[in-house]
Every structure is written in structure tokens, then in C-alpha cells.
Design a binder for this molecule. Sequence first.
Ligand code: ZN
Length: 336
Amino acid sequence: MRPSFQTHLVNGVFEDPVLYVDFVFEKRALLFDAGNLRNLATRKLLRVSDVMISHAHMDHFADFDWLLRLMVGRDKTLRVFGPTGLIQRVEHKLNAYSWNLVHNYSDDFVVIVTELNSDSEAKRARFRCRDGFQQQPEGCIEICGGVIIDEPAFRVRAAIFEHDIPCLGYCLEEKQHVNVWKNRLAALQLPVGPWLRDLKQAVFESKSDDTLIRAWGVDNKLVSERFLPLGMLKKEILRVVAGQKIGYLVDIGYNELNRNKAIAVLHECDLLFIECAFMQEHADIAASRKHLTAQQAGLLAKAANAKQVIPIHFSPRYSDREHALRAEVEAALGMR
Ligand SMILES: [Zn+2]
């Protein structure tokens, strides 16, 4: 299966956790947390459409300013999601700067912030560059099943965990994965081209099988086209399989409530990025700081039946014991 998303862990495991998820077929990316972003090229950061913030500790939120610096003056909308209080925090960050010249800009940059106040309710506000980033409240919105983004191709689910303060864990779910059989395309004398994107979109939108799809291509400056029913194309040239599920979980205490929530949200995810802040020998420190130990992270991932686990966010105190920390996760997962 060729995935539609490419994940990239931006920093080293002892540094700020930042997960960059690139769209393979689009110039777009999602960002999970925004601590140190300086290891990401500007062109990559400019692709970011949505930022999922776990919580506002500095190592997860500090470089929101850098993102702002790069995007101001561009015709762009950035959506930011996070826990209660995020709207005010973004407003404070925006208020830290003078915006007296922005009404002259020809392009408008818009930041839309959504803060999750409970599993069923969020609050939203908009900040427009040309208005000097004055807050425009948009009121409360209903959240269903923790789904904060719902697009034809994917959804992002958030859940509120306890880290002394609320901290959001996230799950990115590709709805369906649509592969094109290139050899069958050739056998039917159908061209490769942008129409395949429209075809996939029609599948994502669950259009009826008799919907006609325009299959077109350009050969020697001549445009050829055929109109074919979606149902026939699905049967002959597409393979539709379940999409991949990617989890991101950092900074949570190991208690029953967090554990049950994590297992439910991350159930059978293909790829799980999970914090392993401390070793089990320091479980008392982990508990007092509301973090997971490597063993707890491993047990949690195992209970959620995660297929692949990527340990992240190690405490720098283990900088010379990275191997031992990884071994602890693997042991808990039953790999050793
Ligand atoms: Zn934290």
C-alpha cells in the first residue's frame, strides 16, 4: 500500500517533539506540536495548513512565532487546534508585535484557532492580518467523537488527557486508501493524468456508481476524452483499501482515565508516536510530572494494539542511555 501521508519526526528524540506529516499528492502538510521548528525548511513550513498543539508548555508551542514570521504577508489560512485557553494564548502571542503596517499588505494571512473545551464542545476565533490580528470570536462549535478536522480524504481526532493541565492527544485517520492499477489503465487505453485525482475524490465523496468521470489526457497537443461510469472505473482500475491511522501522544500522566482514553483513541493505529519521557526506575518522577515512562508507553501501545511504535520525547537525563530507554519500550511491547 502506498500511503498518502509521509511522516517525519523533525527533531532528535531528546529535543522538542514535532511531527510533520506531508501529503504525498498535494502541496500540504500537517504539524503536530510547534516547539523547535528551525530544523524544518521554510518551503516545508509554508505547506502547513493545520497545526495540532498538544498543550502550551514551551517545548510544544514556542515556535508558533516562527511559523507566524514565515506566513505573515502571504495569502494563507492557518488553522490551529489545541486545549482550553489556546485562543487567548495565540492572541497574546499576536499582541506581542506591532501590526501598524499590515493594512497595506495585498495578501491576507488568517489564523483560525479552535480550542477543545470538552469531548463535545470547542470554541473558535479568527485573527486576520489585515485587521491587525484583532480577535473575531466565532463562538462555540459542537464536536462529535472528538473529530476536529473532517475532510473527504481524512479526519483528525483529538482527545483531552490529563498532564496536570489538559493536554491533547491526536489521531490522524485516512478514510480510504485508493490505489490505481497502472497496468490496467494502460490495458483500457486510459491516460495517466490529473483526472485520476478527480476520480479518487469521487470515491472519497462516495458518489454513486453511475456518476460519469471525465478521463482525459493530452497527446501531441491533442486532447482526448472519454466519459466513464465511476462504478466501472472502481472495479477495473482502482483498489480501495482501509486508510492508515497515525497516533501522536505526548505528555500524559499514567492513570486509568488517560490509559482508557488512549487505548480507545489509538486503537489499532498503524503508526504511533508516543512519549517515553522517563525510565521505569524513575516512575515516581514521571508520576509527579505527569509523564509516561518508557515501560508505560509500551504497555499502552500494546493494549491499543498499535502496529508500529515510534518512541519520542526522551528526557535529556538519559542522553547516554538511549539504548536502554528503547529496550524498555521494546520489552513492554513484548519484542524482547
Ligand atoms: Zn508538558
